[in-house]
Design a protein around this ligand. Structure first.
Ligand code: NAD
Ligand code: UD1
Length: 349
């Protein structure tokens, strides 16, 4: 099983590149397809430096049906991890059609190629955003789903589309049914401990951690903290931040489960989070204390669309995938800073 080839769409990106490392460490071969729209091939070169192993790379778009058919015809793919997609909430409101095309259509084309090749093990990058504005915390996988923007809706549509596949297997009496893990990520932060790879947003960051690191390194004057009057520990928003290496290892566990004798029966969703809620102020303070660096900030109005608090119950991933998040808040802020301070302008080559 361990020499099996895993197809990783979007593998040059932030979470994908970290997952390539963990797949290689676990003994898998890795084939990446990425159009480099929001990434650089340099990340994969660094994955090779870190692991001493080779990553096969095809520059291309997952929406290209011919390309995807040829990838499955030329390679024996044991499982596919589908990271490729667009992920900025604000941008998705301005260009919904691009988001539905890139996210929903890429998944459709990918699944058609997988079905044709009879290679039906899939790990899909979903998001805690599918829980909308949560009423009860912590979030378990069976809680109600909703979307508040086109990005979130694209993830919901894909989840629904994938949930239709096992029924088709039953009707066709398939002897190789679909086996799909929907991984709902909470808030990924951090970087590989080497500081060689990390998050490299091409525009002004929307997410908290890259904004903190870019402020600390002097690229931004100050962090705006959105909202200080939430009903939370200190009035600022609370999230479940998860180290990207823990998240990457969750993907390896999901692949191993798909390839195991029991497999995954049809489609199953898993929350990948730590279960701990951390406020924005707690995060800023932890970052400054651990790295001995100042992060100037000001408290401003709430950001429209934000929820007060969101954190996971990740019991299902622990029980079924044998996965738990192991890295601490200190690991997250230290590794985020190591990446940013060693690469102040990201991947510049
Ligand atoms: P990223 O932008 O760093 O990586 C996505 C990769 O996909 C990039 O390398 C990009 O070039 C590539 N890509 C995009 N469209 C493509 C296409 N049509 N064909 C081929 N390649 C394409 O983003 P990330 O943070 O690594 O996120 C990966 C996945 O996880 C995304 O699906 C995202 O929606 C999901 N996710 C991310 C977060 C987060 O906070 N980072 C949270 C929840 C879910
Ligand atoms: C955002 C997305 C969500 C996506 C997730 C991970 C929105 C509304 N939601 O969630 O769909 O799945 O990213 O990619 O954009 N904050 C500041 N100042 C900043 C940036 C953020 O105070 O400059 C605060 C936010 O108000 C929030 C917390 O930091 O309380 C985390 O924000 P962010 O990193 O953007 O993640 P989410 O809002 O959880």
């Amino acid at each position: 099983m361990q020499t099996a080839t895993i197809l990783v769409t979007g593998g040059a990106g932030y979470i994908g590149s970290h997952t390539c490392i963990e797949l290689l460490h676990a003994g898998f071969k890795v084939l990446v397809v990425d159009n480099l729209d929001n990434s650089s091939e340099e990340s994969l070169k660094r994955v090779e430096q870190i692991t001493g192993k080779t990553v096969d790379f095809i520059k291309g778009d997952v929406r290209d049906a011919q390309l995807m058919a040829s990838i499955f015809a030329d390679n024996k793919i044991a499982a596919t991890i589908h990271f490729a997609g667009l992920k900025a909430v604000g941008e998705s409101c301005a260009m919904p059609l691009e988001y539905y095309d890139n996210n929903v259509n890429s998944t459709l084309v990918l699944c058609q190629a997988m079905e044709k090749a009879n290679s039906k093990n899939l790990v899909f990058s979903s998001s805690a955003t599918v829980y909308g504005d949560p009423e009860v915390l912590p979030l378990t996988e069976d809680m109600p789903l909703s979307a508040t923007n086109p990005y979130g809706r694209s993830k919901l549509i894909i989840e629904e589309m994938l949930r239709d596949l096992p029924e088709s297997d039953k009707l066709k009496k398939s002897d190789n049914p679909w086996s799909v893990a929907l991984l709902r990520y909470f808030n990924p932060v951090g970087a590989h401990e080497s500081g060689k790879i990390g998050e490299d947003p091409s525009d002004t960051p929307n997410n908290l951690m890259p904004f903190i690191t870019q402020t600390a390194v002097g690229r931004r004057a100050e962090l705006s903290i959105f909202g200080s009057d939430y009903d939370t520990v200190d009035g600022t928003g609370v999230r479940d931040y998860i180290h990207v290496v823990d998240l990457a290892r969750g993907h390896v566990k999901a692949v191993q489960k798909l390839l195991s004798k029991d497999g995954i029966d049809g489609v199953q969703a898993y929350n990948l989070g730590t279960g701990n809620g951390i406020s924005v102020l707690e995060m800023v303070k932890a970052f400054s204390a651990e790295n001995d660096v100042a992060v100037p900030y000001k408290l401003v109005e709430r950001r429209p669309g934000d929820v007060a608090a969101c954190y996971a119950d990740a019991t299902r991933a622990r029980v079924e995938l044998d996965w738990v998040a192991e890295m601490s808040l200190e690991d997250m802020v230290r590794d985020s800073w190591k990446w940013q301070s060693l690469n102040p302008d990201g991947y510049t080559v």
